[in-house]
Design a protein around this ligand. Structure first.
Ligand code: SF4
Length: 282
Protein backbone atom coordinates (compact mmCIF):
# COMPACT_ATOMS: atom_id res chain seq x y z
CA UNK A 1 0.00 0.00 0.00
CA UNK A 2 1.16 3.56 -0.71
CA UNK A 3 1.20 6.12 2.09
CA UNK A 4 1.41 9.84 1.51
CA UNK A 5 1.45 12.43 4.24
CA UNK A 6 -2.19 13.27 3.53
CA UNK A 7 -3.35 9.65 3.86
CA UNK A 8 -1.39 9.21 7.11
CA UNK A 9 -2.89 12.44 8.38
CA UNK A 10 -6.37 11.14 7.62
CA UNK A 11 -5.61 8.15 9.82
CA UNK A 12 -4.12 10.31 12.57
CA UNK A 13 -7.31 12.37 12.54
CA UNK A 14 -9.70 9.44 12.53
CA UNK A 15 -9.27 5.79 11.40
CA UNK A 16 -12.90 5.75 10.28
CA UNK A 17 -12.29 8.68 7.94
CA UNK A 18 -9.18 6.98 6.55
CA UNK A 19 -11.17 3.79 5.95
CA UNK A 20 -13.91 5.57 4.05
CA UNK A 21 -11.55 7.69 1.96
CA UNK A 22 -8.69 5.30 1.27
CA UNK A 23 -9.96 1.75 1.69
CA UNK A 24 -13.59 1.97 0.59
CA UNK A 25 -12.96 5.07 -1.54
CA UNK A 26 -16.37 6.53 -0.72
CA UNK A 27 -17.09 9.76 -2.57
CA UNK A 28 -17.58 12.76 -0.25
CA UNK A 29 -21.11 13.22 1.12
CA UNK A 30 -21.22 16.74 -0.29
CA UNK A 31 -19.34 18.62 -2.96
CA UNK A 32 -16.88 20.64 -0.94
CA UNK A 33 -16.12 24.30 -1.38
CA UNK A 34 -12.63 24.56 -2.89
CA UNK A 35 -12.07 28.28 -2.36
CA UNK A 36 -8.99 27.94 -0.14
CA UNK A 37 -7.59 24.99 -2.08
CA UNK A 38 -7.77 26.93 -5.36
CA UNK A 39 -5.72 29.79 -3.95
CA UNK A 40 -3.01 27.40 -2.76
CA UNK A 41 -2.91 25.45 -6.03
CA UNK A 42 -2.72 28.57 -8.22
CA UNK A 43 0.05 30.23 -6.22
CA UNK A 44 1.96 26.98 -5.93
CA UNK A 45 1.79 26.52 -9.71
CA UNK A 46 3.26 29.98 -10.28
CA UNK A 47 6.22 29.30 -8.00
CA UNK A 48 6.69 25.75 -9.24
CA UNK A 49 7.33 27.21 -12.69
CA UNK A 50 9.39 30.05 -11.24
CA UNK A 51 11.86 27.51 -9.83
CA UNK A 52 11.72 24.71 -12.35
CA UNK A 53 12.17 27.08 -15.33
CA UNK A 54 14.66 29.32 -13.50
CA UNK A 55 12.43 32.30 -14.19
CA UNK A 56 14.59 34.67 -12.13
CA UNK A 57 16.84 34.83 -15.21
CA UNK A 58 14.02 36.45 -17.21
CA UNK A 59 14.47 39.91 -15.70
CA UNK A 60 11.87 42.35 -17.21
CA UNK A 61 9.61 39.64 -18.59
CA UNK A 62 9.27 37.84 -15.29
CA UNK A 63 6.14 39.44 -13.88
CA UNK A 64 3.99 39.28 -17.05
CA UNK A 65 5.03 35.64 -17.50
CA UNK A 66 4.10 34.67 -13.93
CA UNK A 67 0.79 36.54 -14.17
CA UNK A 68 -0.03 34.64 -17.34
CA UNK A 69 0.60 31.31 -15.56
CA UNK A 70 -1.54 32.52 -12.66
CA UNK A 71 -4.39 33.51 -14.98
CA UNK A 72 -4.37 30.23 -16.92
CA UNK A 73 -4.22 28.06 -13.81
CA UNK A 74 -7.01 30.03 -12.14
CA UNK A 75 -9.26 29.82 -15.23
CA UNK A 76 -8.68 26.10 -15.62
CA UNK A 77 -9.46 25.36 -11.95
CA UNK A 78 -12.65 27.39 -12.01
CA UNK A 79 -13.93 25.13 -14.77
CA UNK A 80 -13.70 22.02 -12.61
CA UNK A 81 -13.81 23.09 -8.95
CA UNK A 82 -16.80 24.23 -6.94
CA UNK A 83 -16.72 27.56 -5.09
CA UNK A 84 -19.49 28.86 -2.86
CA UNK A 85 -19.21 32.50 -3.95
CA UNK A 86 -21.97 33.72 -1.59
CA UNK A 87 -20.13 32.35 1.40
CA UNK A 88 -16.88 34.13 0.58
CA UNK A 89 -18.44 37.42 -0.52
CA UNK A 90 -15.96 37.80 -3.36
CA UNK A 91 -16.44 37.85 -7.11
CA UNK A 92 -14.26 35.53 -9.24
CA UNK A 93 -12.37 38.63 -10.42
CA UNK A 94 -11.64 39.75 -6.86
CA UNK A 95 -10.56 36.25 -5.95
CA UNK A 96 -8.27 36.12 -8.97
CA UNK A 97 -6.73 39.43 -7.88
CA UNK A 98 -5.92 37.89 -4.47
CA UNK A 99 -4.05 35.09 -6.24
CA UNK A 100 -2.20 37.51 -8.49
CA UNK A 101 -1.24 39.71 -5.52
CA UNK A 102 0.47 36.68 -3.99
CA UNK A 103 3.04 36.72 -6.81
CA UNK A 104 4.67 39.95 -5.68
CA UNK A 105 4.33 38.99 -2.04
CA UNK A 106 5.96 35.61 -2.75
CA UNK A 107 8.79 37.16 -4.79
CA UNK A 108 9.44 39.51 -1.87
CA UNK A 109 9.69 36.56 0.53
CA UNK A 110 12.06 34.71 -1.83
CA UNK A 111 14.31 37.75 -2.00
CA UNK A 112 14.25 38.41 1.72
CA UNK A 113 14.96 34.81 2.71
CA UNK A 114 17.44 34.29 -0.14
CA UNK A 115 15.59 31.23 -1.44
CA UNK A 116 17.77 30.86 -4.52
CA UNK A 117 20.15 28.00 -3.93
CA UNK A 118 22.37 26.36 -6.59
CA UNK A 119 19.78 23.56 -6.50
CA UNK A 120 16.30 25.02 -6.14
CA UNK A 121 13.45 22.85 -7.37
CA UNK A 122 9.74 22.57 -6.82
CA UNK A 123 7.20 19.73 -6.81
CA UNK A 124 9.70 16.92 -6.37
CA UNK A 125 8.38 13.39 -5.95
CA UNK A 126 10.18 11.21 -3.38
CA UNK A 127 9.44 7.52 -2.72
CA UNK A 128 10.74 4.87 -0.39
CA UNK A 129 9.77 1.19 -0.16
CA UNK A 130 9.75 -0.17 3.39
CA UNK A 131 10.86 -3.71 4.36
CA UNK A 132 7.16 -4.50 4.78
CA UNK A 133 6.59 -3.68 1.09
CA UNK A 134 4.56 -0.57 1.83
CA UNK A 135 5.61 2.60 0.03
CA UNK A 136 6.05 6.05 1.49
CA UNK A 137 5.69 8.78 -1.09
CA UNK A 138 5.37 12.52 -1.13
CA UNK A 139 5.57 15.51 -3.40
CA UNK A 140 7.72 18.17 -1.82
CA UNK A 141 6.83 21.78 -2.65
CA UNK A 142 10.39 23.13 -2.53
CA UNK A 143 13.87 21.77 -1.97
CA UNK A 144 16.82 24.14 -1.72
CA UNK A 145 20.30 22.67 -1.65
CA UNK A 146 22.94 25.25 -0.75
CA UNK A 147 25.60 22.52 -0.28
CA UNK A 148 25.60 18.74 0.29
CA UNK A 149 24.89 19.25 3.98
CA UNK A 150 22.83 22.42 3.81
CA UNK A 151 19.41 21.34 2.56
CA UNK A 152 16.13 23.15 3.20
CA UNK A 153 12.66 21.79 2.66
CA UNK A 154 9.76 24.21 2.44
CA UNK A 155 6.04 23.81 1.95
CA UNK A 156 3.82 26.58 0.57
CA UNK A 157 0.59 27.38 2.40
CA UNK A 158 -2.33 29.53 1.24
CA UNK A 159 -4.04 29.45 4.64
CA UNK A 160 -5.23 32.52 6.50
CA UNK A 161 -3.36 31.44 9.65
CA UNK A 162 0.31 30.65 10.16
CA UNK A 163 0.21 27.55 12.31
CA UNK A 164 0.50 24.60 9.92
CA UNK A 165 1.32 21.18 11.39
CA UNK A 166 5.04 20.43 11.12
CA UNK A 167 4.32 16.68 10.84
CA UNK A 168 4.16 17.12 7.06
CA UNK A 169 7.63 18.67 6.95
CA UNK A 170 9.07 15.89 9.12
CA UNK A 171 7.61 13.37 6.69
CA UNK A 172 9.37 15.06 3.74
CA UNK A 173 12.62 15.26 5.71
CA UNK A 174 12.32 11.53 6.39
CA UNK A 175 11.76 10.78 2.71
CA UNK A 176 14.71 12.94 1.74
CA UNK A 177 16.91 11.13 4.24
CA UNK A 178 15.74 7.69 3.09
CA UNK A 179 16.54 8.67 -0.52
CA UNK A 180 19.80 10.58 -0.14
CA UNK A 181 21.18 9.70 3.32
CA UNK A 182 21.22 13.37 4.33
CA UNK A 183 18.95 14.91 6.96
CA UNK A 184 17.75 18.36 5.84
CA UNK A 185 18.84 21.01 8.30
CA UNK A 186 15.97 23.47 7.85
CA UNK A 187 12.26 22.82 7.48
CA UNK A 188 9.67 25.54 7.09
CA UNK A 189 6.47 26.91 5.60
CA UNK A 190 6.06 29.75 3.13
CA UNK A 191 2.78 31.48 3.97
CA UNK A 192 1.76 33.09 0.67
CA UNK A 193 -0.91 35.40 2.09
CA UNK A 194 1.58 36.94 4.51
CA UNK A 195 4.80 36.74 2.50
CA UNK A 196 6.50 35.08 5.47
CA UNK A 197 8.76 32.07 5.80
CA UNK A 198 8.55 30.32 9.15
CA UNK A 199 11.03 27.62 10.03
CA UNK A 200 9.90 24.93 12.46
CA UNK A 201 11.88 23.51 15.37
CA UNK A 202 13.74 20.48 14.08
CA UNK A 203 16.84 18.58 15.15
CA UNK A 204 18.38 15.60 13.28
CA UNK A 205 17.69 13.39 16.31
CA UNK A 206 13.94 14.12 15.93
CA UNK A 207 13.85 12.00 12.80
CA UNK A 208 14.30 8.56 14.40
CA UNK A 209 11.28 8.78 16.76
CA UNK A 210 9.29 10.29 13.94
CA UNK A 211 10.15 7.35 11.66
CA UNK A 212 9.09 4.94 14.43
CA UNK A 213 5.79 6.79 14.75
CA UNK A 214 5.16 6.45 11.00
CA UNK A 215 5.96 2.71 11.10
CA UNK A 216 3.65 2.28 14.10
CA UNK A 217 0.77 3.94 12.26
CA UNK A 218 1.32 1.66 9.26
CA UNK A 219 1.39 -1.40 11.53
CA UNK A 220 -1.79 -0.24 13.23
CA UNK A 221 -3.50 0.16 9.85
CA UNK A 222 -2.54 -3.46 9.04
CA UNK A 223 -4.24 -4.52 12.29
CA UNK A 224 -7.37 -2.55 11.37
CA UNK A 225 -7.44 -4.21 7.94
CA UNK A 226 -7.18 -7.64 9.57
CA UNK A 227 -9.79 -7.06 12.27
CA UNK A 228 -11.99 -4.90 10.00
CA UNK A 229 -12.38 -2.42 12.82
CA UNK A 230 -11.94 1.27 12.09
CA UNK A 231 -12.72 3.30 15.19
CA UNK A 232 -14.04 6.84 14.82
CA UNK A 233 -12.31 9.59 16.70
CA UNK A 234 -14.63 12.60 17.03
CA UNK A 235 -14.19 15.53 17.20
CA UNK A 236 -10.58 15.49 15.96
CA UNK A 237 -10.71 15.83 12.20
CA UNK A 238 -14.50 16.25 12.03
CA UNK A 239 -14.46 19.92 11.06
CA UNK A 240 -12.98 19.25 7.62
CA UNK A 241 -14.40 15.74 7.20
CA UNK A 242 -16.17 14.97 3.92
CA UNK A 243 -18.26 12.28 5.65
CA UNK A 244 -19.67 14.35 8.49
CA UNK A 245 -23.28 14.42 7.19
CA UNK A 246 -23.54 10.63 7.24
CA UNK A 247 -21.28 9.85 10.22
CA UNK A 248 -23.19 8.18 13.04
CA UNK A 249 -20.27 8.54 15.47
CA UNK A 250 -20.20 12.27 14.90
CA UNK A 251 -23.92 12.51 15.62
CA UNK A 252 -23.54 10.51 18.82
CA UNK A 253 -20.69 12.78 19.86
CA UNK A 254 -22.83 15.87 19.23
CA UNK A 255 -25.77 14.38 21.08
CA UNK A 256 -23.66 13.52 24.12
CA UNK A 257 -22.05 16.92 24.13
CA UNK A 258 -25.42 18.60 24.08
CA UNK A 259 -26.65 16.31 26.84
CA UNK A 260 -23.62 17.18 28.97
CA UNK A 261 -24.41 20.88 28.52
CA UNK A 262 -27.96 20.33 29.73
CA UNK A 263 -26.80 18.34 32.76
CA UNK A 264 -27.63 20.22 35.92
CA UNK A 265 -30.28 22.32 34.23
CA UNK A 266 -33.43 21.86 36.40
CA UNK A 267 -35.62 22.07 33.34
CA UNK A 268 -34.18 18.85 31.97
CA UNK A 269 -33.87 16.69 35.06
CA UNK A 270 -34.30 12.91 35.02
CA UNK A 271 -35.83 11.05 32.08
CA UNK A 272 -37.21 14.18 30.46
CA UNK A 273 -33.72 15.40 29.67
CA UNK A 274 -32.56 12.19 27.94
CA UNK A 275 -35.67 11.83 25.85
CA UNK A 276 -35.62 15.46 24.86
CA UNK A 277 -31.93 15.37 23.88
CA UNK A 278 -32.37 12.24 21.76
CA UNK A 279 -35.20 13.88 19.92
CA UNK A 280 -33.70 17.27 19.22
CA UNK A 281 -30.16 16.18 18.45
CA UNK A 282 -31.02 14.63 15.14
S1 SF4 B 1 -17.11 12.98 10.96
FE1 SF4 B 1 -15.48 12.83 12.49
S2 SF4 B 1 -15.78 10.83 13.46
FE2 SF4 B 1 -16.93 10.82 11.53
S3 SF4 B 1 -15.53 9.93 10.04
FE3 SF4 B 1 -15.30 12.14 9.93
S4 SF4 B 1 -13.61 12.60 11.30
FE4 SF4 B 1 -14.30 10.54 11.81
Amino acid sequence: MKYSVSSLNLYRDCPQKFYRAKIKKHPPDEVSDRFYAIYGIVVQKVFEIFYNEQCWLMKGNLLPYLKEICRKEFASLLKTEYVDWNKHKLSPQQFYQECEDAILVGLGAIKQEKLLAPYAKSEIWLHHTLDSGHILNGRVDFIFKYSDKDVWILDGKGTSSQNADKWQLYFYALLYYLNYGVIPNKLGFIYWRFGTVKFVKFKPEDLKPFYEEVLQIIEQIAVNVKTRKWPANPPKGCFFCDYKPSCVDYRIYKRDKRAAKLDGDPLFEGGVKKGFVDEVSF
